[in-house]
Design a protein around this ligand. Structure first.
Ligand SMILES: Cc1ncc(COP(=O)(O)O)c(C=O)c1O
Length: 484
């Protein structure tokens, strides 16, 4: 996908580059180069995009062309820009800086570790009773072969009713039951993304989605989210219009990892832009059940879809339990049939018993999700309080929902800190896990799924190892940090 950042766009991203903290008396060109490096390392400016011509950026920033020229030269020398005479300049990272973002990225069951690497909660109290009731329901299905590639009708109906309740009329034929949201994404990609197709993802984003995209050998490009404010509408719509990706993957509700919630206006504009660009929009609604402040939720993105461009995926892992492995796709009925045909070649169908447990849990959704929200709100507040007390230099936006916050630390230390935290029994997901190319070293995702006391203890330990890093040798900007 060819992608060029225009002068005005880059100027907007650069914001107050003149007066960034720590600037002191450096010349303009050095400050400008530093600000571009900052955008790159935070993943807000993607790698491999063409920067505006010097004259264009000079105009947009109201500085002399010599300043931009010198800034670009500095970026070339530090390895952040590749230029070809006559062709332009592309963003890149210094040799050896890239950090592996792939690798096994799931919880393991080491009980002695304070697990902050995974954003998911334990099962609700109702689960065992629901499983018993489901076992009683099972005889209704035992006379058949047990293969239901699109899912049990009663579960599809319950999921469809959930969408209808959220404002987008949905029938059971529009629902495919999958083994979690992850399989829903994988199936959609199998159908829609031939190897080498351009796809657009958020930066930062959910690592296992990046793994699924890489597994399909998609050509991934990204649009950056602002850690404080979330989506940059112009960048997102520009990336759709300019790159015309085959598919775009977004997480509009309490985005993983930043926790932002996309507003209604941008939802509508995004669907329109995807339609114009011929892009299939895959909307991951994993966290939609978890607004924590009693706020009114924006309508589902699918509400704005008049041309079957939107495929919604979701599941029960965050509101209920990940161990159920129940997820779904909501799409047009013909697309559901095509996905089911692919699914038969993967795992045939979802287990009947688990689907029956899911039906029983959805019958009690109001109660289960209310308790979960209350629990998560208390835990979020405990995490926020602990961070403010123990690590006051870190900044973050308090998320209005979901299970995580995205902290901006006081240095590019995420991988080093995560390694050090492991030694004191805290497992972390370092920032680069959520970027494509080893960027995001200044960020750390912190889930708040653990009980309050565990969160307080984890932050205390993190603060200790963070201050130890200052005392010992700290990996510098150029030192590769391998975490795979
Ligand atoms: C955004 C997002 N999508 C998908 C998943 C995977 O969910 P599931 O357990 O439903 O496969 C997760 C889990 O963390 C997630 O955060």
């Amino acid at each position: 996908m060819t992608s060029t950042v225009r002068g005005a766009q880059l100027a907007r991203l650069l914001g107050q580059w003149h007066s960034l903290p720590g600037r002191r008396r450096s010349p303009d060109y050095a400050a400008l180069a530093g600000a571009v490096r900052g955008l790159l390392s935070d993943g807000r400016l993607p790698l491999g995009v063409r920067l505006p011509a010097e004259r264009e950026l000079a105009e947009a920033l109201a500085v002399s062309r010599t300043t931009v020229s010198a800034a670009y030269r500095t970026l070339r020398e530090s390895g952040h820009l590749n230029s070809r005479r006559g062709a332009g300049s592309w963003t890149t990272l210094p040799q050896g800086h890239r950090v592996a973002t792939s690798g096994l990225w799931a919880a393991d069951d080491d009980r002695d570790v304070l697990e902050l690497g995974v954003a998911a909660s334990p099962a609700p109290d109702e689960l065992v009773a629901a499983a018993r009731a489901a076992a009683d329901d099972l005889p209704r299905y035992l006379g058949g072969a047990g293969y239901h590639p699109t899912g049990l009708v009663e579960l599809r109906e319950a999921v469809a009713a959930g969408y209808t309740g959220r404002g987008v009329v949905t029938s059971a034929e529009q629902i495919l039951i999958t083994a979690g949201t992850q399989q829903a994404l994988d199936l959609v990609l199998r159908l829609s993304v031939p190897a080498g197709s351009p796809v657009l993802a958020e930066s930062p984003t959910y690592p296992n989605a990046l793994a699924a995209l890489s597994a399909r050998r998609a050509r991934i490009s990204t649009h950056g989210l602002d850690p404080a404010t979330g989506w940059d509408g112009e960048m997102l719509l520009g990336a759709l219009r300019q790159g015309r990706p085959r598919l775009a993957y977004v997480i509009p509700e309490f985005q993983n990892p930043t926790g932002h919630l996309m507003d209604t206006a941008l939802r509508e504009r995004m669907v329109a832009a995807a339609h114009t660009a011929g892009t299939e929009l895959v909307v991951d609604e994993s966290f939609v059940d978890l607004p924590l402040d009693g706020q009114q939720m924006p309508p589902p993105v699918a509400v704005f879809d008049r041309h079957s461009r939107v495929v919604s995926i979701g599941g029960m892992s965050k509101g209920y339990w990940g161990g159920l492995r129940i997820g779904w796709v909501r799409a047009s009925a013909p697309l559901v049939q095509r996905l089911a045909a692919i699914r038969v070649g993967v795992d045939m169908a979802s287990p009947v018993l688990e689907q029956l447990v899911a039906v029983r849990l959805l019958e009690q959704s109001q109660q289960i999700v209310t308790v979960r929200r209350e629990q998560l709100r208390a835990r979020r507040d405990a995490l926020v309080a602990a961070l403010r007390e123990q690590l006051p230099e870190w900044s973050f936006t308090v998320p209005g929902g979901g299970i995580m916050l995205w902290a901006e630390m006081d240095g590019p230390i995420s991988s080093a800190l995560s390694r050090a935290a492991e030694d004191v029994g805290v497992r972390l997901a370092p920032g680069p896990r959520f970027g494509l190319d080893g960027t995001m070293e200044r960020f750390l995702r912190l889930p708040f799924a653990l009980p309050e006391a565990d969160l307080a203890e984890a932050v205390k330990r993190i603060a200790e190892v963070r201050y130890d890093l200052d005392r010992g040798a700290r990996p510098s900007w150029r030192t590769p940090t391998v975490i795979a």
